[in-house]
Design a protein around this ligand. Structure first.
Ligand SMILES: *Cc1c(COP(=O)(O)O)cnc(C)c1O
Length: 403
C-alpha cells in the first residue's frame, strides 16, 4: 500500500468518498427531542431555552448563561456588555475565525492583533503586554483547536490594566485549565453550536458568565434591548408596558434549537472522549513522521480537540499546497484554520499590514487540519492515517516539483 501511486497522479484514492473535516452527530433521541418541542406550545423562547442555558452553565460551572442565535451574535453581545464603544481597543489573535474580530468592529471598536505562541498557536501573553494602551478595554483570547489559553498569564495582564476578558471558546467546550472547565473563569466565555463544534443546535451560541450585570445586559441585548422586569424598569409602568432601554437585536435562539442542544449535551462527555481517543491514534501514528509537528499540549490544560492541526516543517512546509491537494485527492477532507484575520481584504483596507504578526503568518503557511469528529468510524481514522503517511512519505522523498 505504501509507496503506491498518489491519487493526485492518477492512482487509486485511499477512500471512495470524501471524508469531511468535521460534522455533527445526531441520533434518534435528538430527533425525538426536536419533534416533541415542535408539538409543544413553545417553539421559541420557551422552557427549552432555560433548560439549555442551565445545562451549559452547570456543565462548565458558571453562574449564568445566555443563549444566542449563533456564536457570532453571542460575541457581539459580550462586546456590548463589556461596554465596547467606538475607538476602544480590543486585543485579540489573528489565528481565528473572522467572527472573533468582527464583534469588535460591529461596535466601532478597534481590533488590535497580538501575535501567537509558536508552540501552542494561542495568543502570546507577552505580545498582549506590548500592545496594551490607554484605549485598551478588553482582550478576546481564543482557545485555538480546543486548547485553553495561558489563562493565568492573561488574567495577570487584565488585572493590572483593568481589562475585561471575553474568551472565545468556540473550540473548547469540555476543555479544562488547571482542573477548571473552560467557561467558568473568564469575565465572559462564548461557545458555538455550529454543526462542526462539540455539540450542535444547527446554529447557536452562548455566553457564560459569573457577573450578574453582564447577564442582565446580555439577556436584553438578545431581544432588542427590551426588559419587562419590574426591578429593571427606569420609569413607573403599567402592567402591559415594556421598556427598550438600549439598541439591541433579535438574536434569540429558538426552543427547537435549544431542545436539540439539551439532548446533545447528554452526549458531550462522550463526544470529547471520542475526540481525544482519535487524537491519541493520530499522535501515535504520526509520531515518527519527519517534518510533521504534532499538536503541543500546554501543561495543566486538557484540550477538548475541536481541531487536529498538523504543522509541516523543513522541506514539507514548502509543499503544503501540494500535500493539501494530494490529501484531498485521496478523499480526505483536509482544511486550513485560519487565514490570519488581519490579512483579509476588509481588514487590509482598514490599514492592517501583513507582517504585524509574523509568527501567525508563518504558521498559517504550514498548517493542515485533519478530519476529527465523533461520528468517525475506526475505518475513517485509518484512512486518514494511511493517506497522511502515503502523501507525506512521497513529498518527503521527492524534491521533484510537479511529480
Ligand atoms: C465557530 C466559531 C465562532 C462562532 O461561529 P458561529 O458560526 O457564529 O456560531 C467564533 N469563533 C471561532 C473561533 C469559531 O470557530
Amino acid at each position: 500500500m505504501l509507496g503506491e501511486k498518489l491519487a493526485i497522479f492518477g492512482g487509486d484514492p485511499v477512500r471512495d468518498s470524501m471524508l469531511p473535516y468535521g460534522k455533527q452527530f445526531i441520533d434518534n433521541k435528538d430527533i425525538e427531542a426536536v419533534i416533541s418541542t415542535l408539538k409543544s406550545d413553545f417553539i421559541t423562547t420557551g422552557p427549552a431555552i432555560e433548560e439549555f442555558e442551565k445545562g451549559i452553565a452547570d456543565y462548565v460551572g458558571a453562574d449564568y448563561a445566555v443563549a444566542f442565535s449563533n456564536g457570532t451574535a453571542a460575541l457581539h453581545g459580550a462586546c456590548f456588555a463589556a461596554g465596547i464603544t467606538p475607538g476602544d481597543e480590543v486585543i485579540t489573535t489573528p489565528l481565528t475565525f473572522v467572527a472573533t474580530v468582527n464583534c469588535v468592529s460591529y461596535l466601532g471598536g478597534i481590533p488590535i492583533f497580538a501575535d501567537v505562541d509558536r508552540d501552542t498557536y494561542n495568543i502570546d501573553p507577552s505580545s498582549i503586554t506590548s500592545l496594551v494602551s490607554k484605549k485598551t478595554k478588553a482582550i478576546i483570547p481564543v482557545d485555538f483547536t480546543g486548547q485553553p489559553v495561558d489563562y493565568e498569564k492573561i488574567t495577570a495582564i487584565a488585572d493590572k490594566h483593568n481589562l475585561i476578558i471575553i474568551e472565545d471558546a468556540a473550540h473548547a467546550l469540555g476543555a479544562t485549565y488547571k482542573g477548571e472547565k473552560v467557561g467558568s473563569f473568564s469575565d465572559m466565555t462564548m461557545f458555538s453550536f455550529h454543526p462542526v463544534k462539540h455539540v450542535t443546535t444547527g446554529e447557536g451560541g452562548i455566553i457564560t458568565t459569573n457577573n450578574l450585570e453582564y447577564y442582565k445586559k446580555l439577556q436584553m441585548f438578545r431581544t432588542h434591548g427590551i426588559t419587562r422586569e419590574t426591578k429593571q424598569l427606569i420609569e413607573r409602568r403599567r402592567s402591559w408596558e415594556y421598556e427598550m432601554q438600549f439598541l439591541g437585536y433579535n438574536y434569540r435562539m429558538t426552543d427547537i434549537q435549544a431542545a436539540l442542544g439539551v439532548s446533545q449535551l447528554e452526549k458531550l462527555d462522550n463526544f470529547v472522549d471520542i475526540r481525544r481517543k482519535i487524537v491519541n491514534c493520530y499522535n501515535h501514528a504520526f509520531r515518527k513522521l519527519e517534518h510533521v509537528i504534532l499538536p503541543h499540549q500546554l501543561s495543566g490544560t486538557e484540550s477538548s480537540y475541536h481541531l487536529y492541526v498538523i504543522r509541516l516543517s523543513g522541506p514539507l512546509a514548502e509543499r503544503r499546497e501540494d500535500i493539501f491537494e494530494a490529501l484531498r485527492a485521496e478523499n480526505i477532507g483536509v482544511n486550513v484554520h485560519y487565514m490570519p484575520v488581519h490579512t483579509q481584504p476588509f481588514y487590509k483596507n482598514r490599514g492592517y499590514k501583513e507582517g504585524i504578526c509574523p509568527v501567525a503568518e508563518e504558521l498559517y503557511q504550514q498548517f493542515i487540519t485533519l478530519p476529527l469528529f465523533p461520528a468517525m468510524t475506526s475505518k475513517d481514522v485509518e484512512d486518514v492515517i494511511e493517506s497522511v503517511i502515503k502523501v507525506v512519505r512521497h513529498y518527503g522523498k521527492s524534491s521533484v516539483k510537479g511529480e
